[in-house]
Design a protein around this ligand. Structure first.
Ligand code: HEM
Ligand code: FES
Length: 353
């Protein structure tokens, strides 16, 4: 972690970003209810608000899901990534308002508890046409709640980065549930062609961006074959810009191979904070600096400089001529490895531990 790192930096950019988000959502809801009352004159204000909140939440969810792959395809999207948590919590608040208003509107008037009514008022689970789609929305909302509630760094540290990451991957399950919620519910009853087209387009965009970023990452992984003593060839020295890294897949793990001051060091690509891609960061003040929130690690040991205690696994490296090799077995987090030196191309130097 960088000494200057602040978990929540309420700087001007962040305030402008949040104000734009709040203003944009209010504008969206205003336009949605305004146009809705003209197109559907019989719909009540509550119904329009329920639909406006639901579509706004789903729209934000699409944006959130696209940010990750967009950043892998083009670094200029990275500023969006830094604020993704605010988007996530805002999306949950919108979804919660939609779900709560729906419960009040459709389940609060009988003598059964609205949450019980949600599951017992329609039990035609075997029917596609009459499927109780609201239950799908409820389960998606539970996942979104878990994600929003654990979004603070406090939970990240207590749950560990791996568990936190697994929990937050449930967003894809929530997305699937919501596509089914809208398709089976609103689309069937309302047969809104526009919503059907938008939902289909959203699904295609989210899927295509994920596939494209995976293909680009795979293509960037240099073809490697096993060498005599277990080291594998990963890239040419000239492929790594000074104070930056080349990210390769080795032994099934993504490894960031850094070049700095005539030396080569390799460490896990996964930041201990929120699994940010260290290989997309730079070496600043002698430390590998995560591009997401600025956590820092010493390039030779993978350990954060004192007083911080984060550590990532390191890898043994070797430079032969102008080619870089690494040993695919990761060393325990924080293990120092003497950096390999880049020397005259005709010489062979092995500085592996
Ligand atoms: C307890 C949870 C939920 C309940 C009870 C619920 C209930 C409903 C109901 C009754 C409708 C039909 C509204 C109408 O056509 O008038 C609907 C539609 C919809 N819901 Fe939900 N929902 C829940 C969760 C969610 C969540 C978490 C999201 C998104 C993040 C969501 C997004 C939508 C969308 C986009 C529509 C279509 C709106 C339209 O027809 O324009 N819902 N939901
Ligand atoms: S600093 Fe947050 S993920 Fe690396």
């Amino acid at each position: 972690m960088s000494v200057s790192y602040q978990a929540v930096g309420w700087n001007r950019t962040k305030k402008v970003y949040d104000s734009l988000l709040a203003g944009g959502l209010l504008l969206y809801l205003g336009i949605f209810v305004g146009i809705g009352s003209v197109v559907h004159p019989n719909a009540t204000a509550e119904t329009l608000l329920i639909r406006g909140l639901g579509t706004a939440a789903l729209l934000l969810l699409h944006v959130i899901l696209c940010i990750g792959p967009l950043c892998r395809l083009d670094r200029r999207f990275l500023p969006l990534l830094y604020n993704r948590r605010h988007l996530g919590v805002t999306m949950f608040v919108l979804a919660l308002a939609h779900g709560t208003f729906s419960l009040v509107q459709f389940h609060a008037l009988g003598n059964v508890n609205p949450l019980v009514s949600l599951f017992v008022s329609n039990t035609r689970y075997a029917s596609l046409a009459d499927f109780p789609f609201q239950a799908l929305g409820f389960f998606a909302l539970v996942i979104l709640f878990l994600m929003a509630a654990t979004s603070h760094d406090f939970w990240l540290h207590n749950l560990t980065a791996a568990v936190w990451k697994r929990l937050h991957m449930l967003v894809y399950l929530a997305y699937g549930l919501l596509v089914a919620h809208v398709t089976l519910g609103a689309l069937q009853s309302e047969t809104s062609t526009l919503l059907a087209i938008l939902l289909g387009a959203g699904l295609i965009v989210v899927t295509a961006l994920h596939i494209m970023s995976a293909v680009v990452e795979r293509r960037n992984d240099v073809a490697r074959g096993p060498e005599a003593d277990g080291y594998v060839s990963v890239c040419g020295v000239e492929q790594i810009p000074e104070k930056r890294a080349c990210v390769v897949t080795c032994g099934g793990e993504r490894v960031a191979v850094f070049r700095y001051d005539g030396k080569i060091s390799a460490m896990s690509n996964v930041c201990q904070h929120q699994n940010g891609p260290l290989g997309e960061g730079k070496i600043i003040d002698g430390c590998v600096t995560c591009p997401w929130h600025g956590y820092q690690y010493l390039p030779d040991s993978g350990a954060s400089p004192p007083p911080f205690t984060e550590k990532v696994p390191t890898y043994r490296t070797r430079v032969v001529g102008s080619h870089v090799y690494i040993h695919p077995s990761p060393l325990p987090p924080g293990t120092r490895v003497e950096p390999s030196r880049i020397v005259d191309e005709s010489k062979v130097v092995n500085h592996a531990q």
